[in-house]
Design a protein around this ligand. Structure first.
Ligand code: 5GP
Ligand code: MN
Length: 338
């Protein structure tokens, strides 16, 4: 993978560009992708953003989100676009397997693959150009840096600022996580100078729950939360029936895993959800507890040091047993001060 700076000359030659992101994109994946789409279109490129799967409805308000194609529901159409692309940007993931059914198409495409990402252990041989920086709190910050470093800061308008802000704000936990750097705040100051409305972004992302979703959170916190005070860990296991009963859709469980960390002394939270085809894990931690390594080693996943995910083909009950059996490997860190 060559340095992203070596890619800049390609920006000046109009090309057929595909932007893609990880499956079940979050606000950072979708916001970064749409910001880049606006930017590249201003430079005269023809751009299509493709998500490997559907995404949470609370992202639909993002400028141009209505143009994003869901690969799962338009496979043959996407196949043509991907194999015909001159350039393929891969944002907010670093391993092509995170694009699910798109993986082989991406591998076989003749397009130049460009990585912009902040996750651990990038599959660098899969990309021609790129930047991978785990020190960045969000991919949105890296897309901003890319725009500025390419000499095109003047193209950043309110739509681009809105999309980038959605990414940095959510991935830094509203500027709260230790990953929030001075440069993230400096970027936001610069974005604010375009006049975009940051209050609206928070409203659209956090204050658009439907009643069923809030009641589902209440139900889960009351009935599905297991607190282990000895190891300062919380495990939430959600059976499929709960999802059906409360009519829970893609993205409706987002944010739930963070609630247990508001308990005094709790250092790690895990949630496992019984999805149709698999059991999906999310892990969150504080301080020195590395849930990226934990997810990678035991739960077929990965992510960041303090936020990761994984998957399993075991039943929900087996997943719970497995977790409780493995958790003591972190006992020293979980029991100590941070
Ligand atoms: P979430 O729990 O919000 O789904 O994901 C937390 C972080 O872990 C995100 O950065 C996400 O990209 C990453 N992540 C979630 N699930 C997986 C997975 O199955 N594999 C890998 N490699 N990363 C994941
Ligand atoms: Mn991200």
């Amino acid at each position: 993978m060559r340095n992203i700076r070596d890619f800049f000359p390609f920006l000046t030659k109009p090309a057929k560009v595909v932007i893609t992101m990880h499956q079940k994109p979050d606000a950072d994946a979708m916001g970064s992708s749409l910001a880049l789409q606006h930017f590249l279109e201003k430079l005269g490129h023809s751009v299509v953003s493709i998500s490997p799967t559907n995404w949470p409805g609370f992202l639909n308000w993002l400028p141009k989100c209505s143009q994003v194609i869901d690969f799962d529901s338009k496979r043959s159409f996407c196949e043509g676009i991907i194999s015909d692309a001159d350039i393929i940007f891969c944002l907010d993931f670093n391993d092509l397997s995170r694009t699910k059914g798109m993986e082989s198409l991406l591998v076989n495409s003749k397009g130049i693959k460009v990585l912009i990402d902040h996750h651990q252990e990038p599959q660098i041989q899969a990309f021609h150009f790129g930047i991978s920086d785990t020190g960045k709190g969000s991919t949105a910050e890296m897309v901003y840096d890319f725009m500025v470093a390419s000499g095109n800061r003047s193209l950043i308008d309110t739509d681009i600022a809105t999309c980038l802000y959605a990414g940095v704000m959510t991935d830094t936990g509203s500027f709260r996580f230790p990953s929030t750097t001075a440069s993230a705040h400096l970027m936001v100051a610069d974005l604010k100078s375009t006049g975009f409305d940051h209050f609206m972004v928070h409203e659209q992302i956090f204050d658009t729950f439907l009643e069923n979703r809030l009641r589902f959170f209440g139900h889960v916190l009351l009935n599905r939360m297991d607190v282990n005070y000895e190891l300062n860990t919380v495990l939430i296991a959600i059976p499929k029936n709960d999802l059906l009963k409360f009519d829970i859709k893609t993205g409706d469980t987002e944010g739930l895993v963070n609630y247990p960390l508001s308990l005094q002394g709790i250092k790690m939270a895990a949630i496992v959800i019984d999805r149709d085809e698999e059991r999906k894990w999310s892990f969150r931690s504080k301080g020195d507890i590395d849930v990226n390594q934990f997810a990678r080693q035991y739960f077929n996943g990965g992510g960041h040091k303090n936020a990761s995910g994984g998957r399993s083909s075991l039943s929900l009950e087996e997943c719970v047993l497995q977790f409780n059996k493995i958790l003591p490997v972190l006992a020293d860190k979980l029991k100590g001060e941070y």
